[in-house]
Design a protein around this ligand. Structure first.
Ligand code: GDP
Length: 477
């Protein structure tokens, strides 16, 4: 069965533009009056917390019944956590410390598998850690449509304090609206100065309760496994407050965390199930690929038959290698999975230029005309701190009634790949002042269709943004 975008939006009482935007992140380019297939509708509906129950096959009305998941069907699920922070502050060591103290069944002499995520059991509950530290992976996934992380753990070394990538991590987390828990690491070191870390973080509005704020802080030594249990308890406390829930008794929906081509097994991917339960034999689509679950392994390398909400599993049975961040969805039959996969590949070929173009000025304009945009996200990079600050201030001060400029990240130095991914995920425009993108950043920007504009005169930069906001900017050269 098919449903038009406008009907689907209407059934859920959400804006058609929001549905279109979600479709874009799935690689489906549909306008308001176009039809989407039943499974795509299911997927988009799930993003809004709705379930598409059944398709009525009457001639005039192909509307599926859309209903909200009922409260009594929802059960608590473990939180999913990404670890970020400056290089060498101990992200990997922290992930290893957690894994070593909590994952391996010591007596059984088990060997943990690196599948991109692992689940930890502590007396008070369970937690899931994504194994790829850093904001690049986090933001790259978000740019592809999967936001799987419930919190970010920000690792700051007590002997080094807040550094560039600490600030980047804060901005990437904020742009994704994900709460931050601070882990002050390396407290074993004689030169450790946790108070200095607190002081520096408070300038970025991360303030511990003891100082009158509401950010959770843990103090750990990843190297000597100190404070790890207290840290995990703290995360569970935060998770409890958020009342994270999912419905286990529906078709599995999740996200691809990582994927590779294995010599023996063929394409394999780690899927983090978000909703429902994934079972052996299920047919599925993931991005433009499809398949049937032939085998599933958990993070300890044990075969499993089912995976419920917030469970990472390595899945075999893909027809092709999907990409990290692809949304994973169980469908009724393999035949349908194949159809959707092929349909999406076809659509992508047809709309090569049009799909996922989050950040061209043209699109910002189009979106502004379509509905009042509340904020235009901008990333500012410059050659010196002074010019970055001046530009930020001037851009924030542009007067406008409907549109607000929001600087989601700024810094000194070239426009990097990480800036581009943040722009892609947050649909932001990048402004470089006396700096250029790195070759890699330029290449990624082209792929992700992110608009980078480079200026050497502040006034020109401001004028251009102002014009864009007024809808008068000439098309990009
Ligand atoms: P990452 O780049 O953030 O992943 O940092 P790593 O986990 O690779 O750690 C960088 C260095 O700091 C390594 O040499 C670690 O052994 C060391 N390190 C990490 N955590 C601690 C800690 O708690 N105490 C001490 N003394 N050293 C640590």
């Amino acid at each position: 069965a098919l449903v038009t975008v406008s009907n689907l939006a209407h059934k859920m009482s959400v804006k058609a533009a929001d549905v279109i935007r979600h479709l874009l992140t799935l690689g489906v380019h549909a306008s308001i009056n176009e039809n989407v297939d039943y499974d795509t509708a299911t997927l988009v509906a799930s993003e809004f917390g709705f379930e598409v129950e059944s398709a009525e096959q009457s001639e005039q009305d192909l509307l599926p019944t859309v209903r909200l998941d009922r409260a009594e069907e929802m059960v608590s699920r473990p939180p999913v956590i990404t670890v970020m922070g400056h290089v060498d502050h101990g992200k990997t060591s922290l992930l290893d410390a957690i894994r070593e103290t909590h994952v391996i069944d010591q007596e059984a002499g088990g060997i943990t598998q690196h599948i991109g995520a692992y689940k930890v059991k502590v007396p008070k509950g369970e937690l899931v850690f994504l194994d790829t530290p850093g904001h690049e992976a986090f933001t790259a996934m978000r740019a592809r449509g999967a936001q799987v992380t419930d919190f970010v753990v920000l690792v700051v070394a007590a002997d080094d304090g807040v550094k560039d990538q600490t600030i980047e991590a804060i901005n990437h987390s904020r742009a994704a609206n994900v709460p931050i828990i601070v882990a002050v690491n390396k407290i074993d070191k004689p030169e450790a100065d946790p108070e200095k870390v607190i002081r520096e973080l408070s300038q970025h509005e991360l303030i511990p309760e003891s100082w009158g704020g509401d950010t959770l802080f843990a103090y750990v030594s990843a190297k000597f496994h100190q404070g790890i249990d207290e840290f995990l308890d703290l995360i569970l406390l935060q998770a409890e407050m958020m009342e994270l829930k999912a419905r286990p008794d529906k078709r599995g929906i999740g996200a691809v965390i990582e994927a590779r081509l294995d010599k023996g097994k063929g394409p394999v991917a780690t899927v983090l199930v978000r909703e429902g339960t994934l079972k052996l034999g299920d047919a599925f689509v993931a991005g433009i690929h499809y398949g049937k679950v032939r085998a599933m392994l958990d993070h300890e390398g044990k075969p499993v038959e089912e995976a419920g909400p917030a469970t990472p599993v390595e899945v075999q049975g893909f027809a092709g290698v999907p990409e990290a961040g692809d949304v994973f969805l169980v469908v009724d039959e393999e035949r349908i999975a194949r159809q959707i996969g092929e349909h999406r590949q076809q659509k992508i070929r047809e709309h090569e230029a049009a799909i996922v173009s989050p950040a061209s000025v043209d699109e910002l304009l189009a979106r502004m005309q379509e509905q009042p945009v509340k904020e235009v996200n901008i990333i500012v990079k410059g050659d010196v701190q002074g010019s970055v600050e001046a530009l930020k201030e001037a851009l924030s001060g542009i007067p406008s009634q409907e549109v607000k400029v929001k600087i989601i990240h700024s810094g000194v130095g070239a426009v990097t790949e990480s800036d581009v991914m943040l722009a892609s995920a947050s649909k932001a425009l990048i402004i470089g002042f006396n700096v250029r993108p790195t070759p890699k950043a330029a290449q990624v920007a082209e792929q992700e269709k992110v608009d980078i504009r480079v200026y050497s005169i502040i006034y020109e930069a401001i004028e251009n943004v102002r014009k864009a906001m007024e809808g008068m900017l000439a098309p990009i050269e």
